[in-house]
Design a protein around this ligand. Structure first.
Ligand code: SAH
Length: 490
């Protein structure tokens, strides 16, 4: 068996988009992904189908043993011939123990690469509006540990030497904050020196507390701020007032659950995080195209149909992909196109086809219904509504278990303030998956604002016993406007 390879990849500080292009490339190819608590679990959805996931962030007390076990695991997986990604928060070389892992791999003759990432000590301050250097406020910058493996956990830092450095970023320093501030003052830093703590920097849930070496401990205690946070010390912190930007985004501070039904690209989630929201998409599925004989035959005969109903955006993508592969001319298709939702209609429009939302009626025309494998179970329903039809299961949907398990962890954390339902089907799907995760959907629905786009979705929410706010028109822009102006339940 040929030997595998290990990529020690920096996942970036938090926001999933802050991973490097190279890091993402490695992630997409990996057979095995070993990740920890600080690497954004949303990155896992980029893994290829069938990739193996190993979470190694559960046992903070078993630090030493854990690291040995991880080293061993990386070696073993590579020896099995796997392409392994060891995904670490921030940059793997900054308090990421990459040195130990790389040394272990080297001693076993295993090939590896280190893929740098953006470290939290630079990124979290940047997202709080604080550059770590500035010609007037800070010409030197140091990265310092705020925690050590000693019995009292106090970092063994050369405080005297730090005295000459303008900006200090302490990692893992929340528990020892008092000790850090006292030590800095004792070694000559002015008690009025500005300090900022940035928790979960670059993520929708980012929290910043600002004070001075004298006041910060009290302020941090007041809000109960915990790790993971960067403690930034230096005059440069004062710049935040003027250049903060991320926290000014219109949806900053909002925790929004986007209910999902398929594996379609999360345009909606992207648009919400772009506006600063902390977005959780749940449940998540990956989709796989089917290309068996039935698909090939049905595509070959598709010119015979008078009406084709596309039941989801993916059904459009996969149908036309299969059509192109068949080598046929698109003009052989003479059917009218129908959809169940506007989103699917938009997908068709992007490809240059007009369509209508299907209305329940009975017709004697020959119908083709294209969709996910589950449509095969709904034949009776389709035939009652639209008469005799053929069904084409053009793709399959598979749940992303690891991803969903991580999203459940997030859902159990801070409360969700808003739930967005992009389609009628998403209501039932979300209820089912929340129940499966033993989260009471109705408790969640009663405290959150429920927001949707279309009439059918509003009806589905109503049928479940809740009322939803509906965007003025069923478009993404209108939904966003609705979310920005809407009052969040306290
Ligand atoms: N390799 C990581 C650091 C790992 S040490 C990097 O380069 O960023 C863990 C510490 O990193 C945490 O205790 C916290 O101080 C900091 N940290 C990691 N992610 C963070 C984030 N999103 N916001 C604030 N601090 C973060």
């Amino acid at each position: 068996m040929s030997m595998g390879k290990v990529y020690l990849v920096g996942a970036g500080p938090g926001d999933e988009k802050l991973i490097t292009v190279r890091g993402l490339e490695c992630l997409r190819r990996a057979d095995t992904i070993v990740y920890d608590r600080l690497a954004n679990p949303r990155l896992l959805r980029f893994a290829k189908p069938g990739a193996e996931f190993i979470f190694c962030g559960k046992f903070p007390k078993h630090h030493t043993l854990r690291q040995e076990a991880i080293n061993e695991l990386l070696v073993r997986k590579a020896q099995e011939g796997k392409q392994v990604v060891r995904l670490k928060g921030g940059d793997p070389s900054v308090f990421g123990r990459v040195g130990e892992e790389a040394a272990e791999l080297a001693s076993h003759g295993i090939e590896y690469e280190i893929v740098p990432g953006i470290t939290a000590g630079i990124a979290a301050p940047a997202y709080a509006g604080i550059p770590v250097t500035h010609r007037e406020y800070g010409t030197s910058f140091a990265v310092v540990t705020g925690h050590a493996k000693t019995s009292d956990g106090k970092p063994a830092v050369d405080w005297m030497s730090l005295g000459g450095i303008d900006t200090l970023a302490f990692y893992m320093g929340v528990k020892n904050l008092r000790y850090i501030c006292d030590s800095l003052i004792q070694h000559g830093r002015h008690p009025q020196t500005p300090v900022a703590l940035v928790r979960w920097g670059t993520m929708g849930g980012q929290q910043t507390v600002q004070g001075t070496l004298e006041t910060i401990v009290r302020k941090v205690e007041e809000v109960g701020l915990e790790n993971p946070a960067i403690t930034l010390v230096g005059d440069i912190v004062a710049l935040r007032e003027q250049i903060r930007w991320f926290e000014n985004k219109p949806l900053f501070g909002r925790r929004i659950l986007v209910a999902r039904t398929g594996g379609e690209q999360g345009n909606l989630a992207d648009a919400l995080s772009e506006r600063g929201a902390d977005v959780i998409e749940y449940p998540y599925f990956s989709v796989h195209e089917r290309s068996d004989e039935i698909v090939v035959e049905t595509i070959a005969r598709s010119g015979e149909y008078e009406r084709i109903l596309f039941t989801s955006p993916e059904s459009v993508t996969f149908f036309f992909a299969a059509y192109r592969r068949s080598g046929r001319d698109i003009r052989e298709l003479k059917a009218m196109f129908y959809t169940l939702s506007r989103r699917t209609g938009q997908k068709l429009q992007e490809m240059g086809f007009a369509s209508e939302i299907v209305q329940p009626f009975s017709a004697s025309d020959k119908w083709l219904v294209v969709g996910e494998a589950c449509i095969l179970k709904n034949r009776e329903q389709y035939e009652t509504e639209w008469g005799t039809c053929d069904l084409l299961a053009i793709y399959e949907k598979e749940e992303c278990y690891e991803y969903n398990a991580n999203m459940v962890r997030l859902l159990r954390g801070e409360p969700i303030d808003t739930i967005v339902f992009p389609s009628a089907a998403s209501v039932e799907t979300l209820v089912r998956y929340l129940e499966r995760a033993e989260i009471d959907p109705y408790a969640m629905f009663s405290v959150a604002s429920l927001v949707c786009m279309g009439e059918r979705t509003a009806e589905a929410i109503q049928a479940a016993g809740y009322s939803a706010e509906r965007a003025a028109s069923p478009t993404l822009e209108s939904l966003i406007a609705c979310l920005i102006t809407e009052k969040v339940n306290e």
